[in-house]
Design a protein around this ligand. Structure first.
Ligand code: FMN
Length: 166
């Protein structure tokens, strides 16, 4: 049977918490992006990719350094980001449905989301992306997640499984 895989990038741990909530709801393997496969295994039928929004889109080395400067504890992602992973991901050899999510502050920043950039890249790699990119919110750059966001992520994942993501 096809399995689900969740791949995430996270500086301060907020996106990781959301990824774990989604992974639990999907009964999926959850991997940090540096450990993600460069060739998607044939038995993966559902891929969910998430990252923090940096400067209205996906992180770059310079924004990850900026995050490191603001961190009071160790970073979760210390290697590549989702941008670099999707740049190297081999073209698909089988049909895979994919969904994109991000975390972001929202207020105080211009509009823009990493999830939109992820969805666009997934489509160009020939993934089927039926849902809209979804954002989960933090109260500030290092977090924390707003109350209820992990539960909202789990509910969103269940709607993905049911075939009608919000
Ligand atoms: C360099 C940098 C740029 C950011 N740019 C944005 C932005 O454009 N919009 C936004 O809403 N949040 C922005 N943020 C806040 C991040 O989205 C927030 O740190 C992230 O959601 C936390 O998730 P994480 O703990 O998984 O890294 C930025 C944060 C950093 C460090």
């Amino acid at each position: 049977m096809a399995r689900a895989l969740v791949v995430y990038e996270s500086m301060f741990g907020n996106t990781e918490v959301i990824a774990e909530a989604i992974g639990q709801a999907l009964a999926a393997e959850v991997v940090e992006v540096s450990d993600a496969p460069d060739v998607l295994p044939d038995d993966v039928g559902l891929l969910v990719v998430g990252a923090p929004t940096h400067v209205m889109g996906l992180s770059r080395p310079v924004t990850r350094r900026s995050a490191a400067d603001q961190a009071t504890e160790g970073l979760v992602s210390t290697g590549r980001g989702v941008r670099e992973w999707l740049d190297t991901l081999a073209p698909l050899g089988h049909h895979v449905t994919a969904h994109a999510f991000d975390t972001r502050v929202g207020t105080g920043w211009p509009a823009g989301s990493a999830a939109k950039a992820i969805a666009k890249r997934l489509r160009s790699l020939h993934f089927t992306v039926p849902g809209r990119p979804v954002s989960f919110h933090v109260g500030g750059t290092p977090g924390p997640l707003l109350v209820g966001e992990p539960a909202r992520a789990a509910a969103w994942a269940r709607s993905v499984l049911a075939g009608n993501p919000a």
